[in-house]
Design a protein around this ligand. Structure first.
Ligand code: RB5
Length: 159
């Protein structure tokens, strides 16, 4: 799988560990920065990786900041991105199975490297289930595109 990865300074030491882990499993990983522990701003990398995934250049994105929260908020501002901050494997698995999420985020101040690897495994091994979950994800996508409102309910012709 082609994976885009990025972090702020807080995630910059965990990131190479995750990159090496992904590469050892046969994935192709591109690092969009930051490349040092010098203080920077997480929205930069959230948006850069979000755009790389939204443009279709990468199948999935992985983002690391202190909590995983700020960088997920930034990535979610990119049209087409469904980024989730996950601190354990169950949420990571369900974010793929039910939410068809395309950017995984976690916090270097929250999880250790071994837990992070388990989260990544759960994310990459899970597959979107479609069905009623596809309708719900479509509502999110259509809201983003201005073609669906909550008052429209769940249209029968969606699925
Ligand atoms: C940086 O101190 C920290 O705020 C950042 O890494 C992230 O946790 C924000 O959500």
């Amino acid at each position: 799988m082609k994976i885009a990865i990025g972090s702020d300074h807080v995630g910059s030491e965990l990131k190479p560990i995750i990159m090496e882990y992904l590469t050892s499993k046969g994935h192709e990983v591109h690092d969009f920065g930051t490349y040092s522990t010098e203080s920077t701003d997480y929205p930069i990398y959230g948006v850069i990786v979000g755009e790389a995934v939204a443009q279709g250049d990468y199948e999935q994105g992985i983002l690391i900041c202190g909590t995983g929260i700020g960088i997920s908020l930034a990535a979610n501002k990119v049209k087409g991105i469904r980024a989730c901050a996950c601190s354990e494997p169950y949420s990571a698995q369900m974010a793929r199975r039910h939410n068809n999420a395309n950017v995984l985020c976690f916090g270097a101040r929250v999880v250790g490297s071994e837990m992070a690897k388990m989260i990544v495994d759960a994310w990459l091994e899970a597959e979107f289930e479609g069905g009623r979950h596809a309708r719900r994800v479509k509502e999110i996508v259509d809201y983003e595109n201005g073609t669906w409102r909550p008052e429209d309910g769940f249209p029968e012709n969606y699925l």
